[in-house]
Design a protein around this ligand. Structure first.
Ligand SMILES: [Zn+2]
Length: 334
């Protein structure tokens, strides 16, 4: 899970003796900022740009570097470098004053012509690989609270890997702390429970513009972040399972590689008393155990009506069938 480093500030921390290096890094940063327009990819790409530059300058500069360093920044300042190219230096950073100037500055005038970097469309997935035994339990959390906290506590208490997709509105909800409590549990067990983005206001993304979709995702990231440092990227669960080519493009460019659907739907959000009645705990258990297979993604809700009652038998039954419960990091890869 990339994307949450802000190493740029370290450039400014360098002592005066390395001022020269810092100047080079600063020049590169300024140039990069000028070249890159308002793409969502920018922050992630700038991170690597800044750190290698800083790291490189720190070590070698002192003795012989001064002349060559003075010479090199001048050409390098011109091209307003590409984002993509800069990550190359990190492998060979440490001791070479000479290699640095050549590696860092993209020499040609090519970059300005390149369009701002875009990420690939998100991939809609209903299940993972069928060749293994991994099964992912996934829990959405939006409107109803129900047994949410008890469910995540139970998962943690039993060491069961799972994934939670939360709305930003739930994290901001002033009527209940449940969303924030769930996030705190997730934050305390990052390797166990994976966090995904379920939008802010739970709209059908097919009705939104690309800018609105990006806004929903970013607003959710901002709402979750104070309570859980885990980046919800690259996992997005579309409300109502609604997606289209346009949705996948917008979601992908926001950094969500996976638009996560499901192949086992418990319909646990519907109460038993409903007109078409929702499932009893027994029915939820039977549905999951009868349909899950290697690669399955099971859809449940932290606010589901009978979910908590069904969960222990689901976990026991899947495990007894030789299936391994994993989070989406494992099932799909980060
Ligand atoms: Zn939902």
């Amino acid at each position: 899970m990339a994307g949450r480093t802000h190493p740029a500030s370290s450039v400014r921390d360098r002592p005066a003796a390395r001022r020269l290096g810092a100047l080079i890094a600063a020049a590169l940063l300024v140039a990069a900022c000028g070249a890159i327009a308002p793409s969502s990819a920018t922050p992630a790409s700038l991170g690597p740009t800044a750190s290698p530059a800083a790291a490189v300058t720190a070590t070698p500069a002192a003795p012989s570097a001064s002349p060559s360093a003075v010479a090199s920044p001048t050409p390098s300042a011109t091209p307003g470098p590409t984002v993509v190219r800069t990550p190359t230096p990190p492998p060979a950073p440490t001791p070479r004053p000479t290699s640095r100037p050549t590696a860092t500055p993209p020499p040609t005038a090519k970059p300005p012509a390149t369009p701002p970097p875009t990420l690939a469309p998100s991939a809609a997935v209903r299940h993972g690989s069928r060749s293994g035994n991994d099964v992912a339990l996934t829990f959405d959390m939006g409107g109803r609270v129900g047994d949410a906290v008890a469910i995540v506590d139970w998962l943690v208490g039993h060491g069961v890997h799972a994934t939670v997709f939360m709305t930003g509105a739930m994290a901001d909800n002033t009527n209940t702390d449940a969303g924030r409590q769930v996030l705190a549990v997730i934050a305390a067990h990052p390797g166990l429970i994976t966090l995904g983005n379920h939008s802010y206001t739970h709209p059908d993304f097919r009705t939104l513009t690309a800018a609105q979709m990006a806004g929903e995702l970013r607003r959710t990231e901002a709402a979750l972040a104070p309570y859980c440092s885990q980046d919800p990227r690259p996992f997005f669960r579309p409300p109502y399972g609604g997606y289209s080519t346009a949705v996948l493009a917008a979601v992908g460019s926001a950094g969500y590689r996976w638009t996560v659907l499901w192949d086992v739907d418990t319909i646990d959000w519907r109460p038993i008393a409903n007109d078409p009645p929702g499932p009893t705990a027994d029915e939820i258990v039977a549905k999951v155990l009868g349909n899950a297979q290697g690669g399955s993604i099971v859809l449940m809700h932290l606010g589901g009506y009978e979910t908590y009652a069904a969960l222990p038998r689901i976990v026991d039954g899947l495990t007894a069938a030789g299936l391994d419960l994993v989070n989406l990091d494992r099932l799909l890869g980060g």
